[in-house]
Design a protein around this ligand. Sequence first.
Ligand SMILES: O=C(CO)[C@H](O)[C@H](O)COP(=O)(O)O
Length: 231
Amino acid sequence: MDSSLLAESKRIAGYRAADLVEDGTVIGLGTGSTVFFAMERLAERIASGLSIVGVPTSYQAAIRAREYGIPLTTLDEFPQLALAIDGADQVDPGLSLIKGRGAAHLREKCVADAAEEVVIVVDSTKTVDTLSAPVPIEVLPFACGLAFRRLTEMGGVPVLREGVKKDGPVVTDNGNFIIDCNFGAIPDPASLEQQIAAVPGLLECGLFTTFAEKMRVVVGEGRECRIVSLH
Ligand SMILES: O=C(CO)[C@H](O)[C@H](O)COP(=O)(O)O
């Protein structure tokens, strides 16, 4: 997909998701370029009278939301959210996801858990038959060596994520490191998510397999979009 069609696909998905937001609600604001389009549309709706408050999932989301004039709060203040809008890196037919390109998946998973409904916005290049992208994993720096050992024992190929315009490892908004672990094709993402969660020091991985029942995925393709859910 060329870059202008890709941007249009993201825009159409983001706008459609923002139109699902109801007045008077508290919503999760995910991280990434597709969610920015949802924020752009929310800003338009706020200018027309929509009243919402957002819980940002990252510094990036908070900064952009402020630029758009979206009022913000915290998950501590509102541990129950009506809806969360977020992006994804891959989506399979059972609505399992890989997230975390932006290293924000730990907070994104907390916000998805808090939300009654999760709306995922993607362009059509993100839909796959089987998840296979490297899985981002937030790791306690103290446990990095152990994490490499355990992930290798699981059959993965772990790589410490390095900064761009910053020497050394990426440091997350929570002060931790990110390992991108390549498992090849992932036929049973729920089982892999559980295995990773069982390793001390691995704080959260980018596999999202437990939210499918309350999820809608808005898939943008050029000027069209479709909404996928399990029911
Ligand atoms: O998981 C994420 C950040 O941690 C993003 O939501 C995901 O990477 C999608 O980003 P984009 O919409 O820019 O493709």
